[in-house]
Write a protein that binds this ligand. Structure first.
Ligand code: NAD
Length: 363
């Protein structure tokens, strides 16, 4: 019996990159007992929802899932399936490594950063009031009274909850990740100079957690300075931990530094469950064309193998991806050299699978 893993194929380019990823992971020789399920816009007619309960039940059973991207339908009243999965399963940590791959066009080389983003709190908690609702008026009135500050009458209101619990668990996660992967430094990113009580609390908790990991260097940076530092001296940084909004923005910045969405993997991890997914979306314009780059989801598969503690297989798959991209013979359109023929999604995955088979376990 292999590891039970839920495979959510997603929609748009999802089913193609999901199949490619299955091909590449199977080639490592790690036995996976795939439970294939569907979610997204293609199942809405059948189930009346893009996220049928049996999909969540499958993840609750297998504990580990890998998912293709899912479209967020605009104007239908359905919330994002991706956000809903994270909420339902309390996947509080969003892990987004950004590592340069030779052969991928980018202004930067030798980038090796890990973004750890808090996934459940902050301005993403979904507590918002429109400018013209009675609730908005009430929120403005109470907040004005409580803070003694004037709020314009035509203001919408958003709430930014940052808790000790949420901050502690994400910073602990960052240090444990640093420990497990032999990383030297954790940097907490914040704007505590302005948001003294919310980001201030995050920073206070981060400093406290850092005391339990004396072997790992700790420092903090204000988020705007952090952006500049990443452009100028990225080699000074290692693991970066931050609240939700800064994490969302900085992880895309770092994805850009390694060549873009096609090669940027991710993971959503909680105390009980883990769901691995690429940063990119469902790219509907490429759906069904066997054109999309499968690298980001395959590298999310590398993170999944690490999570399953199949370290040797994970590093072999990573090397296979890097070697196929460096060679440039079997790569999708976005990675191909000018005047060379790109291959399709599945062909690139098969080249990676074949390379994986030729690498010796110790290489
Ligand atoms: P997107 O990432 O789907 O696509 C943006 C562009 O990036 C594409 O047009 C394409 O040029 C390129 N691209 C993305 N992935 C690629 C790949 N694997 N290979 C080659 N090129 C690739 O972003 P979007 O257009 O803003 O979003 C489309 C849909 O996906 C939206 O409904 C959005 O809500 C959803 N989305 C889902 C997730 C997720 O499932 N976690 C994440 C982001 C966006």
């Amino acid at each position: 019996m292999g590891y039970p893993v839920t495979l959510i194929r997603g929609d748009g380019i999802g089913p193609e990159v999901a199949k490619a990823t299955q091909t590449a992971i199977d080639a490592t020789g790690v036995a996976i007992d795939w439970k294939v399920v569907d979610a997204g816009i293609d199942v809405m007619d059948k189930y009346g929802t893009p996220l049928p309960e049996h999909v969540l039940d499958s993840i609750r059973e297998t504990k580990v899932a890998i998912k293709g991207p899912i479209t967020t339908p605009v104007g239908t009243g359905f919330r994002s399936v991706n956000v809903e999965i994270r909420k339902q399963l309390d996947l509080y940590a969003n892990l987004r490594p950004a590592k340069s791959i030779r052969g991928v066009r980018s202004y930067f080389s030798d980038i090796d950063l890990v973004i750890v983003r808090e996934n459940t709190e902050d301005l993403y908690a979904g507590i918002e009031f429109t400018h013209d609702s009675p609730e908005g008026a009430e929120a403005r009135a109470s907040l004005s009274q409580l803070s003694g500050k004037f709020i314009r009458e035509d203001s919408a209101i958003g709430v930014k909850p940052i808790s000790i619990h949420g901050s502690r668990q994400i910073v602990e996660f960052a240090f444990k990740h640093a420990q497990a992967f032999n990383r030297k430094k954790v940097t907490a990113v914040h704007k505590a100079n302005i948001m003294k009580f919310t980001d201030g609390l995050f920073l206070e908790v981060a400093r406290d957690v850092a005391k339990s990991y004396p072997e790992i260097e700790f420092e903090d940076r204000i988020v705007d300075n952090m952006c500049m530092q990443l452009m100028q001296k990225p080699e000074l940084y290692d693991v970066l931990v931050m609240p939700n909004l800064y994490g969302d923005i900085l992880s895309d910045l770092c994805a850009g530094m390694i060549g873009g969405l096609g090669v940027a993997p991710g993971a959503n991890i909680g105390a009980q469950y883990a769901v691995f997914e690429a940063i990119h979306g469902s790219a509907p314009k490429y759906a069904g064309q066997n054109r999309a780059n499968p690298t980001a989801l395959i590298l999310s598969g590398v993170l999944m193998l690490q999570h399953l503690e199949e370290m040797e297989a994970a590093s072999r798959l990573q090397q296979a991806v890097e070697s196929v991209i460096a060679e440039k013979k079997h790569v999708t359109y976005d990675l191909a050299l000018p005047r060379t023929q790109p291959v399709g999604t599945q062909e690139m995955a098969e080249a990676i699978a074949q390379r994986c088979g030729t690498l010796s376990p110790s290489s």
